[in-house]
Write a protein that binds this ligand. Structure first.
Ligand SMILES: Nc1nc2c(ncn2[C@@H]2O[C@H](COP(=O)(O)OP(=O)(O)OP(=O)(O)O)[C@@H](O)[C@H]2O)c(=O)[nH]1
Ligand SMILES: [Mg+2]
Length: 396
């Protein structure tokens, strides 16, 4: 699973990425600061089963604070996207290529409207944020369309002359863009087309492309820089027109995480509050910043950054969390670590899928699965429930 961070130059993508990963991607107030993509690990937040069991877990990957489990997910911060990037403008197609395998995109958008479509400063609220939201969708769709168009005649010929199944063939042919057969089928339905592609017009191909983009690269809008006064009206305008708009202050989240790491404050990512625990570790500039951040938290409930990741993974990609254990009575691995793993899985995953995810040998030797909470056998080919703790029995 890969989450792409996208948007026009200077919108705050790298700041957002740093806030998620605590990496040191370069940040500056001019366009095209980022040229090479930055890849890193962010953490999705969920209520950990350890808190329900009254135990203390020991995650092998990620971490758990106050009963909140943070599970790693990969994120990529790419160069700024400008209108007509698909024709090679700005940094052209290179960074679009970096997004090929992304399953969901977070569009970091400058909600203060202070930069034009190329990321140059034009003054607060001078640029229309709705234009940014639309341009990004258009650009990704045109990128897809141009690729399909280039291959189209050949693809249609093969479907017609060799009787190849369009859905299968298309998904295979463009697997480099991360499409699955199911995406292609859903896109056909959504665009009201059937797979007799040889009768499609250009418009048909275009509506199919749009539908496929929506399904295979859904977009969350991070309406960023909400720490700037007056941005709320732009956030509201975006919310009126688009689904999944989340107000964010990447800068606030970054400051909170850094100060928390230093031991100056206590802050759990995504929370609506922080607490100063050691004032001597704060300088006057940081104290002032914390006052502004407090205002943001009061107004919006959080900095929004964690919410973007959680929305991407749980709401858009509909992942569930499953905890495999070796000892179903103690909820541990063989070394006594409580709930050592928390796997993000597709919502239709079965116990057998879980076995394969742990190890292909365990999948092959699968005998049965036990629900550690009820100690009952789980059906091996029915979807697991979110939060399941599962012991797999297998033949060695
Ligand atoms: N006020 C405010 N400024 C922010 C926020 N996030 C980022 N910025 C500022 O916006 C400017 C651009 O930030 P970057 O993170 O470099 O933006 P980018 O989208 O990665 O830019 P490119 O790499 O050039 O495409 C910097 O001056 C940041 O400090 C925020 O939440 N609030
Ligand atoms: Mg950048």
């Amino acid at each position: 699973m890969l989450i792409g961070i996208v948007g026009k130059p200077n919108a705050g993508k790298s700041t957002f990425f740093n806030a998620l990963t605590l990496a040191n991607a370069q940040v500056a107030n001019y366009p095209f600061t980022t040229i090479e993509a930055n890849k890193g690990v962010a953490y999705v937040k969920t209520r950990c089963m350890c808190s329900k069991l009254g135990l203390r877990c020991k995650p092998r990957q990620g971490f758990c604070i106050d009963g909140y489990r943070f599970i790693p997910v990969e994120v990529i911060d790419v160069a700024g996207l400008v209108p007509k990037a698909h024709e090679g403008r700005g940094l052209g197609n290179k960074f679009l290529d970096d997004l090929r395998q992304a399953n969901v995109l977070i569009h970091v958008l400058d909600a203060s409207g202070a930069t034009d479509s190329e990321g140059n400063f034009v003054g607060l609220f001078k640029h229309d944020v709705l234009e940014d939201a639309k341009f990004l969708e258009d650009e990704i769709e045109m990128w897809f369309y141009k690729i399909f168009e280039r291959h189209w005649d050949k693809l249609v010929r093969r479907v017609k002359s060799e009787g190849k199944d369009f859905v299968k063939y298309f998904a295979e042919h463009f697997s480099g863009l991360g499409f699955k057969e199911r995406d292609v089928t859903l896109a056909l339905h959504a665009s009201g087309l059937n797979s007799d592609v040889y009768s499609w017009s250009k418009e048909d191909l275009f509506s199919f492309t749009r539908a496929l983009r929506k399904i295979s690269k859904p977009i969350i809008i991070a309406a960023n820089k909400i720490d700037i006064d007056g941005t709320k009206k732009n956030v509201d305008r975006l919310k009126e027109k688009y689904e999944n708009v989340i107000p964010t202050s990447a800068m606030a989240e970054l400051v909170l995480k850094k100060l928390s790491n230093r031991g100056a404050i206590k802050y759990i990512p995504g929370d609506s509050r922080f607490e100063i625990v050691d004032e001597t570790k704060l300088n006057s500039k940081e104290k002032k910043a914390l006052e502004i951040i407090e205002g943001v938290l009061k107004k919006y409930g959080s900095t929004g950054v964690q919410e973007c990741i959680d929305t991407a993974v749980f709401k858009i990609l509909k992942k569930i969390v499953v905890y495999p254990v070796e000892d179903e009575n103690k909820f541990t691995d063989k070394d006594g670590n409580v709930l050592p793993d928390a796997f993000l899985m597709d919502s239709d995953s079965t116990a057998r899928d879980l076995a394969f995810k742990i190890h292909s040998d365990i999948g092959k030797g699968f005998i049965a699965a036990i629900d550690a909470l009820t100690k009952k056998k789980l059906p091996s080919d029915e979807p697991l429930k979110d939060g399941s703790i599962v012991k797999i029995q297998f033949k060695k």
